[in-house]
Write a protein that binds this ligand. Structure first.
Ligand SMILES: [Zn+2]
Ligand SMILES: [Zn+2]
Length: 653
């Protein structure tokens, strides 16, 4: 782990101490002592029924606790006891003295029943396993490039089993755990309680316990999000990264790194295999498949025999809209509901409406701390900034000209939910976005409803495009993808195509064929046309050609220097100093250096941000310039007044 930390610090040009901190669970970063992972449990120490029955009259409170223990053979924890009697301590002590109770250290609860017999493999799955298994004893990157619903997970599970059988441990990374209850259940049924889970929804202590159980090899599998990559163990035999294209693998604050890339390095250092899987692999991974250590496998068949739905465009240029949906979309929704299907509607904008303005003078509700609009939220109800969390009351009239009414424009998920509820009062409307997911219970009940297979409409943001599997969904609709066509980011088209194929792939996974439609005002746009005609692989190949032509990643490497300050001039000036130190390096002229200039969203959370970008198609030149300049750069202070940081392989330009 120290070698990996050293590599990460060198490669991403980050301070080693902070990197080491990053590799440890948050709980250990404080000065706390070690905590046992086991739970203290109280059990009955006697089988003498009469002895307990005697308590009924003499000591009802003692009797009450004994009764509860009789009902639960596995024992009661302090938490359980507290629910029965808030003053349980004294009662339990008395029972211990009478030798009626004893306590013991217990491990985690008994889990779901394990499956007997494994699912039949498809010929494709069987063939891929046959190719990977002989290569499990050394480093190689295996990319499973399989359409949505083609059974990548079953391949992972077989590989995990084969590593566990060899006495080794496995790290299994997923982008998001909130919606992957089915995956957790599937792993539990397959491997029993032999796994630990770690993600940001858990407390520091829970995450530490997962980390510790894996480290002691009490469990064979660590299932988790990005930072679980740093789980320690002595006998790691395999790393799996599902949905490897997902952006959440990139950490964008503090220590900046890409979990996929670090994982590949870790696998290489340990000389073990790593398996990447996606229906829409990143352009980086596709390009890397030209390397000796990369193997690419294709899964083109769904076990259900239905091909994944192709996207169909709905031209909405002259349509009448109601809460973001065109009349033709309504027709399709109604068809599918009538046929007892579930409908998924993707709208990547939470809240009620993204724009609040005055019709008279053009005033807009903007954030006080960011260059961003405030979003109207009706459930709160307030105007919220999605970047810094700033919120304010909804003004009754225009604060600028005093006009007595402000209007809102655009559609967010709240408004869509409300509209659909009015239009389809008999149909359950389930909204899943960050505002809802904050409540575990709300999320759980929605997921149960989906799993029940009853007709319903699911509305969601980015998070519902991630690897979940609800077989009753037969129609996916993307309401508004047009913004991304004109984005300033060079990654926008890759991201759009990935999202659209992922959303489309959520439908038709069960015993019925699925459909996917996309509302657009630009049906003639080349990218829309490509979506209509081509597979993801074909579009990805085109995007890669474009990137090569323009000299963008993955054909070039990018190092971004960022600065932020209370005043924009200070941030720009800091980057000027950095640039001056870089220019003195030999070969600096062989790089492209862009900036300093203000960042895209210049003001964010009250600070002005600027950037200086180094791009080169020759990685060695870039590293050499950085190596020469680093000693001088490290002398440049980074303070609260003007902070600066380096972002190696920056995601956005
Ligand atoms: Zn006004
Ligand atoms: Zn803000």
């Amino acid at each position: 782990m120290l070698s990996l930390a050293q590599w990460l610090a060198d490669y991403y040009l980050q301070p080693l101490g902070e990197v080491v901190f990053q590799c440890l669970p948050g709980y250990l970063r404080g000065a706390r002592s070690h905590v046992s992972t086991r739970v203290k449990c109280w059990l009955l120490a006697t089988s003498d029924v009469a002895l307990i029955d005697n308590l009924r009259q003499r000591s009802p409170r003692q009797f009450e606790i004994c009764e509860a223990m009789r009902a639960r053979q596995s024992g009661l924890t302090a938490l359980d006891l507290k629910k029965i009697n808030p003053n349980w301590h004294a009662v339990v002590k008395a029972l211990e003295n009478k030798k009626i109770l004893r306590w013991d250290w217990m491990e985690a609860k008994a889990g779901l029943p394990r499956v007997t017999g494994l699912p039949q493999l498809s010929p494709e799955q069987d063939q891929i396993l046959g190719q990977i298994e002989p290569r499990l004893d050394s480093f190689a990157v295996h990319l499973l490039d399989g359409i949505t619903g083609s059974g990548k997970t079953e391949v992972y599970l077989r590989l995990i089993q084969s590593r566990l059988d060899a006495g080794m441990q496995v790290i299994y990374l997923v982008p998001e755990i909130g919606l992957t209850n089915q995956l957790i259940e599937r792993i539990e049924r397959r491997f029993g309680s032999c796994f630990a889970i770690s993600h940001s929804g858990l407390t520091d202590l829970q995450r530490y316990r997962a980390w510790d159980r894996f480290r002691r090899a009490e469990v064979g599998i660590m299932l988790g999000t990005r930072s679980s990559l740093f789980s320690q163990c002595d006998n790691l035999g395999l790393i799996i990264i599902d949905e490897e294209h997902d952006h959440s693998y990139r950490q964008e604050d503090g220590i900046r790194y890409h979990a996929r890339d670090v994982a590949i390095k870790r696998a290489q250092m340990l000389d073990i295999p790593i398996v990447l899987g996606s229906a829409t692999p990143s352009l980086e991974s596709i390009k890397n498949c030209a390397r000796d250590t990369y193997f690419r496998y294709r899964l083109d068949q769904r076990p259900t025999q239905f091909p994944p739905p192709r996207l169909e465009l709905i031209d909405v240029r002259n349509s009448r809209f109601e809460f973001g949906c065109s009349q033709r979309s309504f027709e399709r929704i109604e068809q599918h509901l009538a046929a007892a299907g579930q409908v998924l509607i993707y709208l990547n904008r939470r809240g009620y409406a993204p724009i609040v303005m005055c019709h008279e003078c053009g005033w807009q509700a903007l954030c006080r701390h960011c260059d961003a609009r405030l979003t109207l939220h009706q459930s709160v109800p307030r105007l919220l900034c999605h970047h810094c969390g700033f919120s304010q009351a909804v003004p009754a009239g225009c604060p600028e000209c005093g006009h007595d009414e402000v209007k809102h424009y655009g559609i967010g998920t709240e408004q869509l939910e409300q509209g659909l509820q009015q239009r389809y009062p008999q149909t359950p409307i389930l909204r899943i976005d960050r505002d809802v997911i904050a409540s575990r219970e709300a999320l759980k009940s929605r997921l149960q409803q989906l799993q029940s297979g009853e007709p319903c409409i699911l509305i969601g943001t980015q998070m519902i495009a991630k690897g979940h599997d609800y077989p009753a969904i037969t129609l996916s609709i993307v309401l508004d993808a047009d913004q991304a066509l004109f984005s300033a980011s060079y990654r926008a088209s890759e991201r759009l195509v990935q999202t659209l194929f992922q959303v489309a792939g959520r439908s038709g996974r069960g015993d019925r064929a699925g459909e996917a439609i996309l509302q657009t005002r630009f049906p003639e746009h080349p990218l829309m046309q490509a979506l209509l005609r081509h597979s993801y692989r074909e579009i990805a190949a085109d995007l890669l050609r474009e990137r090569r032509q323009f000299g963008f990643p993955p054909y070039a490497r990018v190092v971004m220097f960022r600065a932020d300050a209370i005043k924009l001039e200070d941030a720009l000036q800091k980057l000027e100093q950095i640039r001056a130190r870089l220019t003195s390096a030999q070969d600096f002229d062989a790089l492209s250096c862009v900036g300093p200039m203000p960042a895209l969203m210049t003001r964010r959370i009250g600070r002005y941000r600027a950037q200086l970008c180094l791009i080169s198609e020759d990685y060695r030149v870039l590293r050499s310039v950085l190596a020469q300049a680093m000693p001088a750069l490290e002398d440049l202070p980074s303070s609260a007044r003007v902070g600066w940081s380096i972002d190696v392989d920056a995601y956005e330009l």
